[in-house]
Ligand binder design. Structure first.
Ligand SMILES: *[C@@H]1O[C@H](CO)[C@@H](O)[C@H](O)[C@H]1NC(C)=O
Ligand SMILES: *[C@@H]1O[C@H](CO)[C@@H](O)[C@H](O)[C@H]1NC(C)=O
Ligand SMILES: *[C@@H]1O[C@H](CO)[C@@H](O)[C@H](O)[C@H]1NC(C)=O
Ligand SMILES: *[C@@H]1O[C@H](CO)[C@@H](O)[C@H](O)[C@H]1NC(C)=O
Ligand SMILES: *[C@@H]1O[C@H](CO)[C@@H](O)[C@H](O)[C@H]1NC(C)=O
Length: 306
């Protein structure tokens, strides 16, 4: 049974005396896609659609496999589970980029950007092609930083976004670093601005910003109401319950598409982003983002997991 907003509130309130700081929250609404990683998956599980919750084929550099791009924790005691991962059932994963995170268009390698982004296996790249493109839908993920594979925030990064089926834009994006002016950046290049998460809507206007946390999890949810054409952002740090951090903001959510989780590192000093600009050589280094608690839920009954 789908809880109404009222019963949801009551169940959260009733549960709180029993919980401790370490406890996780379970999902509370009907799931559309579950991108949480079962504890028994190995890296090679991500190369096959029969074992991976994500597409084994996209969106990754030419010649690369997901088993070479992703990292998994070395042991069950080497990480703290994120808020919506059940400790005995799920584990986090890390998406990395390297100098090899390159794509080809025709004869040419697209040398401007470096990118690796997971797509949920059943998330179709069509308008209205799946249940995450209609009604009211909340996209959830948690993210944590890896100090050994830190982003270079002189660059713009896209970390999570919902890309339209025509690839001409995104309904929303989570960005870090210095956002390029052609992507709606404000031209400010200060330490504070670089080290700030920025959530942008369809027209690249920033609707929420908050400092990047260097330790522990940050939990995000973005709700798209396809009927009323609105977007609402929820956020919390560590194991705190999600809180709404924006109103329901008008947003054009049309165009279908897919949720993508990973990293897209844009060049500096660029006109086209794709073909030109500067990328520092990483040489043997990689940069990474840790993800956990990825799921997409049906919020059409007013339900949202907090
Ligand atoms: C993980 O465990 C599940 C449930 O026992 C099982 O169905 C699945 O085959 C296992 N996956 C791998 C990759 O071992
Ligand atoms: C992928 O492999 C082909 C064949 O070896 C090679 O020509 C191409 O340069 C490689 N692509 C990248 C991005 O390294
Ligand atoms: C797991 O251990 C290996 C060997 O020490 C190390 O190279 C790797 O980075 C570790 N994985 C993670 C996710 O930390
Ligand atoms: C862009 O979106 C923001 C947030 O919804 C809105 O306030 C603003 O009016 C929009 N701007 C344009 C030019 O549509
Ligand atoms: C960060 O990126 C900028 C622009 O590519 C580069 O000049 C700088 O050396 C990089 N910094 C570090 C610490 O890698």
């Amino acid at each position: 049974m789908r809880p109404s907003p009222l019963t949801l509130l009551l169940s959260v309130a009733a549960a709180s005396p029993l919980t401790t700081d370490q406890s996780q929250s379970s999902t509370q609404c009907p799931l559309i896609f579950d991108g949480r990683i079962p504890v028994n998956l190995t890296l090679s599980s991500f190369d096959s659609a029969t074992t991976s919750p994500y597409s084994p084929s996209y969106v990754k550099g030419e010649n690369l496999t997901w088993s070479s791009i992703l990292l998994l924790p070395n042991s069950s005691t080497s990480y703290t589970p994120s808020r919506f991962d059940i400790p005995s059932a799920h584990k986090p994963f890390e998406v990395t980029i390297s100098d090899a995170s390159l794509f080809r268009s025709g004869q040419g390698l697209q040398l401007g950007f470096r990118r690796a982004g997971l797509l949920l296996r059943d998330d179709k790249n069509e308008v209205g092609g799946d249940a995450a493109d209609k009604g009211v839908v909340t996209f959830h993920w948690s993210v944590a930083q890896d100090e050994k594979r830190a982003m270079n925030l002189s660059h713009e990064y896209m970390n999570v976004w919902h890309e339209r089926a025509d690839y001409a834009g995104n309904q929303f994006s989570l960005l870090a670093g210095v956002v390029l002016v052609q992507d709606g950046g404000n031209g400010v290049d200060t330490k504070a601005e670089r080290e700030m998460w920025k959530v942008v809507g369809r027209n690249n206007t920033v609707v929420f910003r908050t400092p990047i946390q260097w330790a522990g999890w940050e939990n995000w949810a973005v709700q798209l109401d396809y009927e009323k054409s609105t977007l609402q952002v929820f956020y919390s740090v560590g194991n705190d319950p999600l809180k709404s951090v924006t109103d329901r903001i008008p947003n054009d959510n049309s165009g279908g598409g897919q949720l993508q989780l990973g990293m897209a590192k844009k060049p500096t000093e660029t006109k086209t982003v794709v073909w030109d600009g500067y990328q520092e050589p990483l040489n043997d280094r990689t940069e990474g983002q840790k993800y956990g608690g990825v799921f997409v839920e049906d919020s059409s009954g007013g339900c949202v997991s907090l």
